[in-house]
Design a protein around this ligand. Structure first.
Ligand code: SF4
Length: 344
């Protein structure tokens, strides 16, 4: 039996029951794929269900305000996904009469759609012979064929792309791709693969040698650590906030006035007060409370201090808005701020 037939037969009997598996509507498949980028299925599923309920069609999503989409996305991370998703919805609604592109080569031109998502949509919804390539597929192929090239090297990516496009089924590319996704996440797991349950175990090279240390990856540089100090300033019972507009993490979300230090030694009360005096109209201020937390993003470690200030505080800059606590709770904010404001 061919490799792809083994995968499809296994998939038909063992597929996971996931809400987006009930449809071939490209809008819903696209939504699920965007939500699941860099996200575990258990975390992404409630977001998918929420989006589908609130925006059952691409028109509903395209005509929504970005701020409301970011609020629903809150907690999922990688907010540029939500911003690009909204731009793509608007583009398809305004320029394509709400008709989703069918071909891989057209899908890949959409904002926020990369090779994996374009291959998933074109194969699942339109039976185009395109293979998906993600962590699950890399793991199965590298172990099964014993390929040592690092999966994040140019050579490795070329080799795996060529191989996966050769293996993908001509007649059922969608089932094949979904089979690879499911086999990788439920059987050929990163640690302790369940080879006894695997349909590939008779001819798998790693199984034969009982060595499962593939795939290989090149070591990337260490995560950057940042020292952020958020200033919690009450002005007649309201809070100073601002929209993050720069090309940085959490773009278009709201946060508090911010001071950033380059290293941990600089992050002390004396330096905070020196910086503050340049930001404020009045000078008589005091630090009332300081709460420190660590928060990890994929490529950054954030060392965050929430500093509550007392005094008659007025910022020089006009870029801040002053909002009530209720309004603050309704704005899209980064996860650590959401956690913090739950307690103020
Ligand atoms: S036999 Fe084991 S190592 Fe080989 S593909 Fe299956 S689960 Fe992975």
């Amino acid at each position: 039996m061919k490799f792809s037939e083994i995968i499809i037969n296994w998939y038909i009997k063992n597929k996971r029951k996931l809400p987006w598996r009930k449809t071939k509507d490209p809008y819903k498949i696209w939504l699920s794929e965007i939500i699941l980028q860099q996200t575990r299925i258990s975390q992404g599923t409630p977001y998918y269900l929420n989006f589908i309920e609130k925006y059952p069609t691409i028109e509903n999503l395209a005509t929504e305000k970005e701020i409301n989409i970011l609020k629903i996305w809150q907690g999922l991370g990688y907010y540029s996904r939500a911003i690009n998703m909204h731009k793509t919805a608007k583009f398809i609604f305004n320029e394509k009469k709400s008709i989703f592109p069918k071909k891989y080569n057209d899908l890949i031109k959409l904002k926020g759609v990369g090779p994996y998502t374009a291959a998933a949509i074109s194969s699942i919804c339109f039976d185009e012979k395109r293979a998906v390539l993600d962590g699950n597929v890399f793991r199965i192929l590298s172990r099964y064929f014993k390929i040592n090239d690092p999966i994040n090297s140019n050579l490795g990516i070329k080799k795996f792309t060529k191989l996966s496009n050769k293996l993908v089924s001509e007649s059922e590319p969608g089932n094949y791709n979904q089979g690879m996704m499911d086999l990788g996440s439920t059987i050929c797991k990163p640690k302790n693969p369940l080879c006894n349950l695997c349909p590939l175990n008779k001819s798998c090279k790693s199984k034969k040698e009982e060595k499962f240390n593939l795939p290989n990856k090149l070591k990337l540089k260490k995560n950057k650590t940042r020292y952020l100090v958020y200033l919690i300033v009450k002005h007649y019972g309201k809070y100073y906030v601002k929209k993050r507009l720069s090309n940085d993490i959490w773009r278009n979300l709201y946060d508090f006035p911010l001071i950033e230090f380059k290293n941990s030694n600089e992050n002390n009360d004396k330096n905070i007060l020196i910086k503050l005096k340049n930001m404020l109209k009045n000078k008589d201020i005091m630090i009332n409370q300081k709460v420190n937390i660590n928060y990890k993003l994929t490529h950054q470690n954030l060392n965050i201090s929430f500093v509550t200030l007392i005094g008659n505080i007025v910022f020089k800059s006009k870029k801040f808005e002053i909002v009530s606590k209720n309004k603050l709770m309704s704005l899209p904010v980064p996860k650590p701020i959401e956690n913090f404001i739950g307690n103020i």
